[in-house]
Design a protein around this ligand. Structure first.
Ligand code: UDX
Length: 445
């Protein structure tokens, strides 16, 4: 059993803290946000993440997990400190904003009065860990006995608990010049996961930082690849879903992340590919990642394309048209609307003059804060009622399972744009809908 602190209690930090308690450790979660900490103390998770409220409550009750805003309390309690704060895109720039990570180091390191290990989990530009390791040694009263390693996190929203407790792999970056105790400590923290056979890769600091951004850049590339092919399908009458199935059988390619639609969003993929490019430029090797700009462009173009399809569907002018947008979250099983393609499309339709009626099973409260001028309905039916065109923008099971016969009776014109290619084409067409998928003209007719 280790004594652990986790700085940052957002999606990553809160899940990691609860996960570490589940592994048997004594954990304190730390955040500067008083209100968030108070809610977590009550066992309440301030965002939608399946399975997390149960795990959190279990360990708040067991006493293995507590929360504080007091960094000194955490420094006093723990020998292992995780950093799980955000590294968002800098306003007006492509680079990552490092102020939250830096602030944890500046606060925590001076409090390290006995030997301890800091393990960074946040996604950071390559070179950061080396810089922080030096800073920690400078600031900590114990000097060299305050060590830092990098332990990137690969969790997906919606599967965060599963990904924390049963990850595909664990990656640990250590400073090869000062390896110290980082590896031993990390092996002890993750002992049950390692014993279960999970690959545990020990690398240098730079590699560990690059593993994370490379993984996300690869995933983004896969999605934009299929979306670029979808553009070709659209002008040739081919079907991108069948194409993805066919190439996906080649296990060198694989079918995952070949879901064509309105593309990727969320708190990671978009900002990570931009920060990766910005860092490559700083390092003088910007050309190496020049293709990521194209990946970003393909992705953003899909959103504009959906708006164009909606405009065509209502006869060329969105002014006064009623559009139902089903979905606001960046993906299903999440209430996260950060860089959400669905909400972006809803906003663009609104700015083009349409009356937009949005429904999402979880993300409406968050969406309202960003787009208060859209109309939010309390059901799929209310969103579709009177609509000239319906856009399915997030592939929630609730939308896939909705009865197209009932919805056809409510819409002013039964025209659906399946921007996630998630509906059953034949059922919807049989119910009287004009169906348009993305990159699927052949089957959609
Ligand atoms: C991602 C990475 O998967 C995860 O490993 C990393 O730690 C954080 O970033 P997440 O942002 O939770 O996780 O979402 P993910 O499931 O990867 O989906 C990202 C976006 O891509 C979503 O908007 C999703 O709708 C979109 N997507 C995904 C597609 O458009 N097509 C696909 O085939 C798959």
């Amino acid at each position: 059993m280790e004594k652990i602190s986790v700085f940052g209690t957002g999606y990553l930090g809160a899940t990691h803290a609860a996960g570490m308690a589940e592994l048997g450790h004594e954990v304190v979660g730390v955040d500067v946000d008083e209100e968030k900490i108070e809610r977590l103390r009550q066992g309440e998770v301030p965002f939608f993440e399946p399975g997390l409220p149960e795990l959190l409550t279990k360990h708040v009750e067991s006493g293995r997990l507590r929360f504080t805003t007091d960094a000194a309390e955490a420094a006093d309690h723990a020998d292992v400190h995780f950093i799980g704060v955000g590294t968002p895109q800098k306003p007006g720039e492509n680079a990552a904003d490092m102020r939250f990570v830096d602030s944890v180091i500046e606060t925590l390191a001076p409090l390290m009065a006995r030997p301890g290990v800091i393990l960074g989990k946040s996604t950071v530009p390559v070179g950061t860990a080396q810089r922080l390791a030096k800073r920690v040694r400078e600031l900590a009263p114990v000097g060299d006995q305050a060590e830092l390693g990098w332990n990137p996190e690969f969790l997906r929203e919606g599967f965060a608990v599963e990904d924390t407790l049963r990850p595909d792999r664990l990656v640990l970056g250590v400073d090869h010049h000062n390896p110290g105790t980082v590896e031993t400590v990390a092996r002890s923290v993750y002992a049950p996961i390692i014993e279960a056979g999970t690959p545990f890769l020990v690398t240098d600091l730079a590699t560990s930082e690059l593993v994370k951004v490379s993984a996300n850049a690869f995933l983004a590339t896969k999605i934009s690849f299929i979306n670029a092919v979808a553009e070709i399908c659209e002008v040739t009458g081919a079907d991108v879903n069948q194409l993805a199935d066919a190439i996906g059988f080649d296990d060198r390619i694989g079918r995952k992340f070949l879901g064509a639609g309105i593309g990727f969003g969320g708190g990671c993929l978009p900002k990570d590919i931009r920060a990766f490019q910005a860092r490559a430029e700083e390092l003088g090797v910007g050309r190496a990642l020049g293709f990521l700009r194209e990946i970003d462009d393909v992705n953003l173009r899909r959103r504009v394309h959906v708006v164009d399809l909606a405009r065509e569907a209502v006869g060329g002018d969105l002014k006064d048209a009623k559009v139902a947008v089903l979905g606001a979250a960046f993906k299903p099983n999440s209430d996260d609307i950060r860089d959400s393609p669905a909400l972006d499309v809803a906003g663009k339709l609104h700015l083009a003059g349409a009356a937009v009626q949005v429904f999402d099973p979880q993300a409406m409260e968050n969406a309202k804060k960003v787009w208060p001028t859209l109309e939010y309905t309390s059901s799929i039916e209310d969103a579709v009622r009177g609509a000239n065109v319906v856009v399915v923008a997030t592939e929630w099971a609730q939308f896939r399972e909705a009865d197209p016969h009932v919805l056809a009776g409510l819409a002013a014109h039964p025209h659906v744009i399946d921007a996630r290619n998630c509906l059953d084409v034949e059922t919807w067409r049989a119910a009287g809908w004009t169906y348009q998928g993305l990159g699927r003209h052949a089957t959609a007719g």
